[in-house]
Design a protein around this ligand. Structure first.
Ligand code: CP3
Length: 344
């Protein structure tokens, strides 16, 4: 029988509600901090032995139902030499942001050689996970979210530069998006070819868009990425933050599962998404006040998830670095013991 996580992604009945956590590998784990030291995250990702070990750490500690590859949404752009760094506490920083037509040449398609370090990590992880039949989730940034980093040059609150480009020169924006669609499809196909059994597309910043903007500037690219891997038949999860107002539109993009961020009550999220499995959505901030309160918050999510099949438990955004791993251990136990969605 297929692993529970994959069955839930397909909306099938399960033995227990599956759970994993966005950003489950990372600074909240002492074993991660010990292994990583102070080197840059892009160097760690480039080292398949280290990236494999970091991917496996949360699987061992938490007994989650899936691993997520230790990588980052900017990895393919770093790999083709776009000039990306990831700065602790800040995230991706671009030395020369995308500003005009000449910059399209800096966005050539990915070759297998560019991301040989990533596929080597996938090979190692898949080998290690075989014994426990734990699936590996691959991932990529969705074109709009990646474009926001490449154009703004770093994280932004107001998305002023990318919105300026979208509305002032939509033809150039479309050419940029065409490049990002091609790179994203190549990046996901490579991970799946090497054994990733599901993929998540992070459109983390889609919530910055109005419905009209989402329809015009983000949705078509996401649809094209999902269509570009449809022949590989792995479950796909689409996730963004602050996307409550967009969930119905996002749900139409073609993913197998919709990720629901923590702002939306999960029962309401299920209604907005329609007949499709959902993933989410415990507020990561509610995991910062000890085991008892964390478990209470997890139970609230389980109640809202209901009994219908098609719930993958997760946080409603990534694990916060100050999270006590004991809280997440307790959340996994309560989800496995008390989750009822699709459990027969
Ligand atoms: O465990 C996992 O979920 C897999 C690893 C993972 C990383 N980045 C590793 C990482 C995943 C899934 C990502 C995706 C990612 N990267 C997203 C989408 C998810 C989201 O949060 O919405 C985004 C927007 C990025 C860009 C990025 N990279 C940010 C915003 C940061 C945080 C900066 C900081 O220091 O707070 C990074 C760095 C990064 N990527 C870290 C990790 C574990 C933190 C650095 C470290 O712990 O060494």
């Amino acid at each position: 029988m297929e692993p529970v996580f994959l069955r839930a992604c397909r909306g099938e009945n399960v033995d227990h509600v599956p759970v994993w956590f966005m950003r489950q590998a990372g600074r909240s784990l002492p074993e991660y901090r010990a292994l990583r030291g102070t080197g840059s995250i892009l160097e760690a990702i480039a080292d398949p032995a280290m990236a494999c070990e970091v991917t496996l750490q949360p699987v061992r500690r938490y007994g989650v139902d899936a691993a997520i590859l230790f990588s980052d949404i900017v990895v393919p752009y770093h790999a083709i030499g776009f000039g990306v760094d990831v700065v602790p506490g800040r995230g991706p920083v671009i030395a020369h942001p995308f500003a005009g037509r000449a910059d399209l040449e800096r966005l050539r398609d990915l070759t297998d050689a560019d991301i040989a370090h990533v596929t080597a990590t996938v090979d190692l992880v898949v080998g290690e996970l075989k014994a426990s039949a734990t699936p590996l989730i691959g991932f990529a940034g969705a074109p709009f979210t990646v474009a926001s980093y490449l154009v703004e040059g770093a994280a932004t609150r107001d998305f002023a530069v990318i919105k300026g480009l979208m509305h002032r020169d939509p033809a150039l924006f479309d050419l940029l998006i065409d490049r990002l669609v091609a790179i994203t499809v190549s990046f996901l196909r490579a991970q799946i070819a090497h054994g990733a059994q599901a993929v998540q597309l992070f459109d983390s910043w889609a919530g910055a868009l109005t419905r009209d903007e989402y329809r015009r500037f983000a949705l078509p690219a996401t649809e094209r990425v999902l269509a570009g891997i449809a022949d590989l038949h792995v479950p796909t999860i689409l996730f963004g933050v602050g996307t409550g107002e967009l969930l119905d539109l996002m749900s139409g993009a073609g993913s197998s599962v919709m990720g629901i961020d923590w702002h939306v009550d999960l029962d309401d999220g299920r209604r907005r998404v329609g007949a499709k499995p959902v993933q989410g959505n415990l507020d990561p901030a509610r995991c910062l006040s000890g085991v008892e309160l964390g478990v209470e918050a997890a139970r609230e999510v389980l109640v809202r998830a209901g009994r219908e099949a098609g719930h993958i438990f997760n946080l409603g955004h990534g694990v916060l670095p100050t999270t006590d791993p004991a809280v997440l251990e307790a959340v996994v136990r309560v989800v496995h013991d008390e989750g009822r969605a699709g459990v027969r």
